[in-house]
Write a protein that binds this ligand. Structure first.
Ligand code: ADP
Ligand code: MG
Length: 436
């Protein structure tokens, strides 16, 4: 069944009703009713008289809502207009991403070893859109600057070529928009919206993987833009080959462009970012504090930024100089908000589960249970934080090779040992419900 307009949907509803009602009933109550509008959660129809409205809403509204709910998997309300009663649809305007992302420019992006390749690729694309690297596929963990770079390209192209049409799309919104377009009978508009763009920015593409109909639609959209020679930039939390449910045609397309990863920043880059963010918030921090922040917050630039914002707030409220203790408190606040546990918390909770001390895990004891607990702690750090293997190893006095093999060992054992799965689940829940 393809449904392209509200008329199609209305007919589908009548078809479903016909299995529950006699043809005479349908003819009597619905022959002169027409669909008016289908919105996110509301179907509006029009019927000629108050009497018919009353009958439809008393006797058939429930069934109509059931049919809609079967079709779209969400609840609808039915609004019935009488005669030429006017109807104003509720317009929902989303925020304008261009102004929302105003700060995400190349000027504000700190370049370091971990991101310099992605940065250079982004600059090149911004200078020669559609020419060199198409698509540009930027991938990396959360909070490392993918959306920032994506928008930096958008702003740069907009500044240089104000007439170019730029579309921004979030992977998770694509599915929703597509479903809505079908409901509103606006699939043509939906396709056209992205068909004629000069620059197509697609953020967090991983959300469309695995959703068959969305991927097909996206594939067409992608091809249209690509074949017109227009630029596409995509971000993802992982490379195409690790997106197991990605349509092969899409994977091939993505891999035909340029792939650039962003890794967690090194200490020097984190210090530069911290210094830059502080300066932009008007916060002057001594080098010692900058270094302390940068060496404490490793996983994620979003967190780093969060800590600096916190410190600004402390200073505004208390008008105090920023101490290491204040930094610790800010980090604590931030990790609670973001639900990203600190390595210390992970080690503490893992040790506690096995009735060991955190020092046992950090030390050299090779007793079987201690070794398992140590491996689990590393596995959980990999799962719950963005720390690199190097940093995970270091938290437990190991190197990154040991961290990698420990994590692999746990992953393998989890496949055959349901008991281990339960242990991991219990510790994880202790970590995430722990208040510190
Ligand atoms: P992602 O999309 O990878 O999850 P974002 O692009 O949203 O990450 O970045 C998270 C925050 O960190 C943003 O506020 C962004 O401006 C900032 N950020 C990330 N990388 C950098 C960088 N290299 N220089 C300056 N700010 C950065
Ligand atoms: Mg992002």
């Amino acid at each position: 069944m393809t449904m392209n307009s509200i008329q199609d949907i209305w007919e589908e509803i009548l078809r479903s009703l016909s299995s529950r009602l006699t043809p005479t009933a349908i003819n009597t109550w619905f022959s002169d009713s027409v669909p008016v509008s289908l919105e996110e959660y509301r179907l509006v129809i029009r019927t000629p008289s108050e009497f018919k409205k009353k009958i439809i809403s008393d006797r058939f509204a429930g069934t109509i809502r059931e049919v809609l709910s079967d079709l779209f998997s969400c609840d609808f309300e039915l609004l019935i207009l009488v005669g030429d009663e006017e109807y104003e649809p509720e317009e929902k305007e989303g925020p304008d991403p261009f102004s929302e992302m105003a700060g995400y420019t190349f000027d504000n992006f700190i370049v370091g070893n971990s991101n310099k390749f992605a940065h250079a690729a982004a600059i090149s694309v911004a200078e020669n859109p559609g020419k060199n690297y198409n698509p540009l596929f930027i991938y990396g963990n959360s909070g490392l600057g993918k959306t920032h770079l994506l928008w930096a390209i958008g702003h740069a192209i907009h500044d240089r070529f104000p007439d170019k049409k730029i579309s921004y799309l979030k992977g998770d919104d694509f599915t929703n928009e597509m479903v809505r377009a079908i409901k509103e009978g606006k699939t043509e508009e939906f396709r056209n919206r992205y068909r004629n763009v000069d620059l197509f920015l697609v953020d967090d593409i991983q959300f469309i993987a695995g959703k068959q109909s969305t991927q097909i639609e996206f594939f067409h959209t992608f091809n249209n833009i690509y074949e017109a020679g227009h630029q596409i930039v995509i971000t993802s939390d992982r490379p195409p080959m690790e997106m197991s449910l990605l349509d092969d045609r899409l994977r091939t397309r993505f891999e035909g462009g340029l792939m650039a990863d962003i890794a967690p920043p090194d200490l020097e880059t984190r210090m530069a970012i911290a210094r830059n963010k502080a300066a932009r918030l008007g916060l002057l921090l001594p080098d010692e504090i900058i270094e302390y922040i940068a060496s404490s917050v490793k996983a994620n630039v979003r967190q780093l930024e969060g800590v600096i914002k916190r410190l600004t707030a402390y200073q505004d409220i208390m008008n105090d100089t920023i101490t290491k203790a204040a930094v610790d408190r800010a980090i604590e606040d931030i990790t609670v908000i973001n639900d990203i546990p600190t390595p210390d918390l992970i080690i503490r909770e893992t040790a506690k589960y096995f009735s060991l001390n955190p020092e046992d895990l950090k030390g050299s004891n090779r007793a079987r249970e201690t070794a398992t607990a140590r491996q689990i702690a590393m596995y959980l750090m990999r799962q719950l934080t963005n720390l690199s293997l190097h940093d995970i190893g270091k938290e437990l006095g190991r190197n990154h090779t040991t961290a990698l093999s420990s994590i692999r060992r746990i992953e393998e054992n989890m496949r055959s040992d349901p008991g281990l799965n339960n242990v991991i689940r219990d510790i994880t829940s202790n970590i995430t419900t722990s208040t510190g």
